[in-house]
Design a protein around this ligand. Structure first.
Ligand code: UDP
Length: 194
């Protein structure tokens, strides 16, 4: 996929459906991927904090989360096809998982929110295989969670730790895993939980 640079952040030139297909290819090939869905706040943060920019640049794909990014691309004369927002993409991936019986792991949010989100996902996407979950309030120096995730062999790992924690956690731990599409999803579990 081609890229469009906006203030140093390399956005993938893709529609949402093309992008979901691309991730499906990763899953079928058991190839890892790190996805950042970047909104304007993320682009600004990356420009203010070089260490955050480094994390974002480690991602395999940065998508245009929101109309602000699409507008900016247009103004820079390097248009992007459409927005590829985190929440919508997560929904598409849940549907994909439902159709293909992909294995899902959910990391993040308060326990109560996480439980509600899982109930809702099971209701809406009954064929999705949720192979594990953990709330987002854990000791990062303890690697039990990494081990648990690795053993669960998920195809898709949604990481809802907020910005920049989720990007930090994914980039710090990605090497340890054999496979999986890792995507930071911010407050999406809260939205799904309702
Ligand atoms: N969160 C978490 N661990 C933390 C801090 C936050 O799991 O140490 C969760 C929080 O419960 C919420 C999500 O991360 O479900 C998004 O948090 P926030 O709204 O602060 O982040 P943003 O929306 O700015 O990315």
């Amino acid at each position: 996929l081609k890229h469009v640079d906006i203030l140093g952040v390399p956005f993938v030139h893709t529609t949402r459906s093309q992008f979901v297909e691309q991730l499906e290819n990763h899953i079928n090939a058991e190839k890892k991927a790190f996805v950042v869905t970047a909104n304007p706040e993320i682009v600004i943060k990356a420009n203010e904090e070089p260490e955050y920019m480094e994390l974002v640049k480690k991602a395999d794909y940065v998508t245009a989360d929101g109309i602000g990014i699409v507008k900016a691309a247009q103004l820079l004369n390097t248009p992007l096809p459409e927005r590829v927002a985190g929440y919508d993409t997560m929904r598409d991936l849940l549907q994909l998982a439902n159709n293909n019986k992909f294995r899902i792991y959910l990391l993040g949010a308060q326990q109560e929110t996480l439980d509600k989100a899982i109930t809702e996902i099971k209701r809406e996407y009954p064929s999705t295989d949720i192979v594990g979950s953990h709330n987002g309030f854990f000791d990062w120096s303890n690697n039990e969670i990494q081990k648990e995730i690795k053993n669960a062999q998920p195809d898709l790992i949604f990481v809802a730790l907020g910005v920049p924690r989720q990007e930090k956690w994914i980039s710090q731990n990605l090497d340890y895993f054999d496979k999986g599409v890792f995507m930071g999803v911010g407050g999406s579990f809260d939205v799904i939980a309702g």
